[in-house]
Design a binder for this molecule. Structure first.
Ligand code: HEC
Ligand code: HEC
Length: 296
């Protein structure tokens, strides 16, 4: 690369500008003025920063900082905003705290305001296990089918939510389907016979004189009720329908009988406020009513 050292004023024939006199392998640099707009933009930005230093919080001073003449503080503004929001919410959420469910569900305008928030609470806390619409899935009960383990009144649901099922809460609801196979409570042939009886119950074709029916009466009816109609006091599901938590295939029922089942529903008492729990209880009770009504 050759570079001419002497600087003589040379005019570029195409543009009419002077060149800088530098020559890079025959390419010459034009001596064009620095663009005005850039200078203006820099001046503007600099003036704005000076104004901002004066008006807004800006310079750190050890433990403090310059507050600015306007006294704006985004931290405080966020806290204020949150307080305003909480006040608006408390307005309609507060009545739910005392859990007078009859009065609450009778108040149509209050329920209309609260149900969208209940749906959000459900989506945030419950949908991961029970599904977005509360329809459940393998291992997680359907909350919308009107078939309850513990009961579908808002009072009972609120208690289920507060304490959980097989949870770590001291007052937890306890639910246990024994492992008849693993614990040797029934021989394999009895397990097969009673599984077939459960399938027949579910299909509405149970034969009361079958060996399976006798085994059921002796080993299962205490919890699941005569004829598999369910036991609300101990969370034992109805077996005489076609709704299943763990699946209604012969294999799934045999697995339930051999290994037992002990579903865990977390306790919400320490995670949600009393008002939020009661709000959710009303929401879940309505899920059940809607579907039970539509399905029959
Ligand atoms: C980690 C999973 C999980 C989460 C999260 C969860 N649940 Fe559950 N829930 C379960 C399981 C499992 C059961 C059934 C327990 C059993 O098999 O006995 C259950 C049972 C229930 C029952 C009892 C139903 C009946 O038939 O009596 C209600 C009501 C319920 N859940 C509501 C909720 C609500 C409302 C939330 C959100 C605040 C929630 N659950 C969050 C897993 C969960
Ligand atoms: C001590 C009470 C108890 C006894 C006795 C009992 N069960 Fe259960 N059973 C339960 C409970 C509680 C559940 C729900 C477990 C859960 O949800 O985690 C259950 C669940 C089941 C299920 C799963 C239902 C579903 O929706 O997936 C089947 C099937 C079943 N039991 C059949 C039987 C049969 C058959 C017998 C007798 C051989 C029997 N149970 C005896 C309490 C009992």
């Amino acid at each position: 690369m050759s570079r001419s050292s002497e600087h003589e004023a040379e005019i570029d024939p195409v543009t009419g500008y002077e060149t800088t006199g530098h020559d890079w392998n025959g390419i010459r640099e034009l001596n064009t003025p620095f663009p005005r707009i850039v200078i203006w933009a820099l001046a503007l930005a600099f003036s704005y920063s000076v104004i901002a230093w004066v008006l807004l919080p800006a310079w750190p001073l050890g433990r403090d900082y310059t507050r600015g003449l306007l006294g704006l503080d985004q931290g405080e503004m966020a806290v204020e905003g949150y307080k305003r929001l909480a006040a608006v919410r408390a307005d309609w959420l507060e009545p739910f705290a005392d859990g007078d469910f009859a009065a609450l569900s009778g108040d149509g305008s209050l329920m209309a305001r609260a149900m969208p928030a209940a749906a959000r609470l459900f989506a945030d806390n419950c949908a991961a296990c029970h599904g977005a619409a509360g329809k459940g899935g393998p291992g997680f009960p359907d909350l919308s089918d009107g078939a309850w383990l513990w009961g579908g009144t808002p009072e009972i649901i609120a208690e289920t939510l507060r304490f959980g099922i097989n949870s770590t809460h001291p007052d937890t609801r306890i639910s246990q389907m024994p492992a008849f196979g693993r614990d040797g409570m029934l021989p394999p042939e009895d397990i097969t016979a009673v599984a077939d009886h459960v399938l027949a119950l579910s299909a509405g074709k149970a034969d009361a004189d079958s060996p399976g029916a006798t085994i059921f009466a002796d080993n299962c009816a205490a919890c699941h009720g005569e004829g598999g109609t369910g036991g609300l006091g101990i969370g034992a599901p109805v077996l005489a329908d076609d709704r299943w938590i763990y699946g209604g295939s012969r294999d799934a029922i045999l697995t339930t009988l051999k290994r037992g089942r002990q579903g865990v529903m977390p306790a919400w008492e320490d995670r949600l406020s009393a008002a939020e729990i009661n709000l959710l209880a009303l929401y879940v009770a309505r899920l059940g009513e809607r579907d039970a009504g539509a399905g029959q």
